[in-house]
Structure formats: C-alpha cells, structure tokens
Write a protein that binds this ligand. Structure first.
Ligand code: UFG
Length: 332
C-alpha cells in the first residue's frame, strides 16, 4: 500500500515507517522537522519537508503522491506544556488535523490512522483501562486528540473514511540501536534516567512517592515502539472491515521506582534519584487493557518485559549519546 506518514521523522512515526518499508509498503513522510530528525527517516521513504498548517503543502503532497492511506503522528505531544500553553495544542493539533483530513477527503483518501493517547482518560475511574472507560481528557493535549477522534467519527459517517484511533500508553524503547528517542526538551522517564547513566544529568527526580501504590510512586504501562509499529500495520490493513478504536499498552504496570531499578540493573550505574513533589495532573496508575486489539487483530506485545525494553533503549542511547546529533547538547 502507498501511505503518507505525517511526523514520520519523529520517535514513533519513524519506527512505524521503518516497519512499513520492511513490509513492502511505499511510504511518503510529511514532516516539518521541528521535532523530528532527517536521519530518522528511512532512506527508502520519500521525505517532504512540509507543515500541516499550510493546506496548500498537504494538497500538493497528496496530489503528487496519491496515497491510499494516511498515518497521522505529527503533533504537539507534551502534556505539561499543553497545560501551560493550551492554544498551542488545542489550536495547532486540531487545525493541522482538520487541514489534513479535509485535504484527504478532497483527494479521495479513505484510510486514516490517528495517533491518540491514554491522556484521554485523565484521572481514570479504574486501574485497567479499556475502551469503555469514561473519557475525560487530562489536558488540552488529550482534549485535542479526543476532538480529532470525534472529527474522524464524522468523516467516516459523511465520507466513508475508515479510521483507527490508537491510544498509546507510555511509548518507550528503541526499534534498533540506530533508531530511538531523541526529544528536546526530554521529559520522559526512561530517557531521562538513562541520561543520568550516560553522565549527562546528575540525578533523576521522582515526581512524588506518596501515591496510593505499593511503593508510593506512579505506575505506568510501558509499551515498546516496535509493538506500537506492529499495531499500526495491523490496524491499517484491517480498515476495510470498518473503523475502530484501540487502547494500546502491554497490560502490565511498572512504578517509577521499578523503572529506575531496572535502568540501574541494565546500565550498571548507580543512578542517583531524589524525591520531589508530585507533577500536577499525574494519575497514580495508568494501565491499558488491550483485549480488544488482541482479540480483533491478533496483536500482542512482544516486549512486555521491562528489562528488555530498557536494554533496547540503552543500546540506542549508548550508540547515540547525543541522539541524532542535530541539536544543541542536552543541559545537565
Ligand atoms: N516521572 C518522574 N520523573 C521524571 C519524569 C517522569 O517521576 O523526571 C514520572 C511521571 O510522574 C510519571 C512517569 O514517570 O509517573 C512517566 O512519565 P512520562 O513523562 O515519561 O510519561 P507520562 O505518563 O506523563 O506521559 C506519556 C506521554 C504522553 C501520553 C501519556 C499516556 O508522554 O504523551 O504517556 O499515558 F499522553
């Protein structure tokens, strides 16, 4: 299949592109490279440096390449930043998504995969979160993704757009030692902890140890980027059977302390940790039930073991201590 991937130079998008190309799909990446990296784009994919805020640029890409499907990763994704600058996420994510969808409809594209998020569930009313869990976005970022899910519902209803909304829990790990996570600023737990092991930070701060969990720190569902990629490809090829929404996690939760311990074991570094205040908006426990995608698409995570996940991330960080090398050095 020929597909256009927005954000295909970013962390999750680039991993999906690599898997699509490996499976024989033809890929056009559309990315403005503000968060993505040229070096992360698969050499066999076409790269269009473009911005989704410019409808003309999307029209031109779709007219020239005529993809059968679109996978939409490009987005502002930081929960905390969205609380501070809500218009950046609500405005930008929704406007850009609408531009893309309107252009897709005009160009006859009827398959669409949306990168959605567990942040849709805010402070969930249950620990194992399935697709029936009440939606109450925890931030403007989560709200922007929910708005896009709702817009897709109407695109399907009005134009027969078949879509899959994939709600990731905590994406992590590296597809290979040459393709991994490189954010600026970095805010995610595993890369931050590994930066301490690399000597780039003095310590990691645990955001609160007084949660109602066994060791007092927050529990999250860490899902490997290779498993996310596999889910996208399965969802894309299942769309002819109708639109669908899936929660994507490994189904196992690990606490912040367990993550740090595992990073210590994998790296052999002491990784000093200090306890700080809670980070506003963090729920105590976020673990996915991915029963629906397991049952419907036969997906199951291959990397549900935290040690294997951290080993893959560590291999990437060790071989690329400055990420893709196209940014200023990390602050320590
Ligand atoms: N944490 C720390 N110290 C840090 C960084 C994080 O203790 O320096 C903790 C957080 O409080 C949280 C856990 O580690 O309990 C994971 O935090 P991340 O920032 O790595 O990830 P989040 O769970 O906040 O968010 C991620 C994505 C979001 C997505 C969400 C869905 O970044 O885009 O998962 O679950 F919405």
């Amino acid at each position: 299949m020929k597909v256009l991937v927005t954000g295909g130079a970013g962390y999750i998008g680039s991993a999906v592109v690599h898997q699509l190309v490996a499976g024989g799909d033809e890929v056009v990446v559309f990315d403005n490279l503000t968060q993505g990296h040229r070096a992360a784009v698969h050499p066999d994919a076409v790269l269009i440096e473009g911005d989704l805020s410019e409808r003309g640029a999307i029209d031109a890409a779709l007219s020239e390449h005529r993809p059968e499907g679109i996978l939409h990763f490009a987005s502002h994704t930081l929960v905390g930043e969205s609380m501070e600058f809500p218009f950046r996420h609500l405005g930008n994510n929704v406007r850009c998504g609408l531009n893309l969808l309107e252009s897709a409809v005009d160009h006859g594209v009827r398959r669409f995969i949306l990168s959605s998020t567990a942040n849709l569930f805010g402070q969930p009313d249950r620990d194992l979160i399935d697709e029936e869990t009440t939606i109450s976005p925890g931030s403007p970022y989560g709200e922007s993704k929910f708005i896009l899910e709702r817009i897709l519902h109407w695109m399907d209803d009005r134009f027969g757009m078949r879509y899959a909304a994939l709600r990731y829990f905590n994406a992590c790990g590296a597809l290979s030692p040459d393709l991994g996570e490189d954010h600026d600023p970095e805010t995610h737990l595993i890369p931050l902890v590994l930066q301490v092991a690399l000597g780039q930070r003095e310590h990691v701060t645990i955001f609160g140890d007084d949660y109602d969990t066994p060791d007092g720190t927050c529990i999250r569902d860490y899902v490997h980027v290779a498993d996310l990629a596999d889910a996208h490809i399965r969802a894309l090829h299942a769309l002819d059977g109708g639109s669908r929404t899936y929660n994507l996690g490994s189904g196992t939760g690990f606490s912040v302390r367990e993550v740090i311990e595992t990073c210590r074991a994998v790296t052999g570094h002491a990784i000093p940790a200090t306890v700080g205040p809670r980070r506003p908006g963090d729920p105590a426990v976020l673990v996915a039930s991915s029963e629906r995608i397991r049952g419907e698409l036969g997906w199951s995570p291959r990397y549900d073991d935290l040690r294997t996940i951290v080993e893959s991330a560590w291999a990437w960080h060790q071989s690329h201590p400055r990420g893709y090398g196209d940014r200023a050095p990390h602050a320590s």
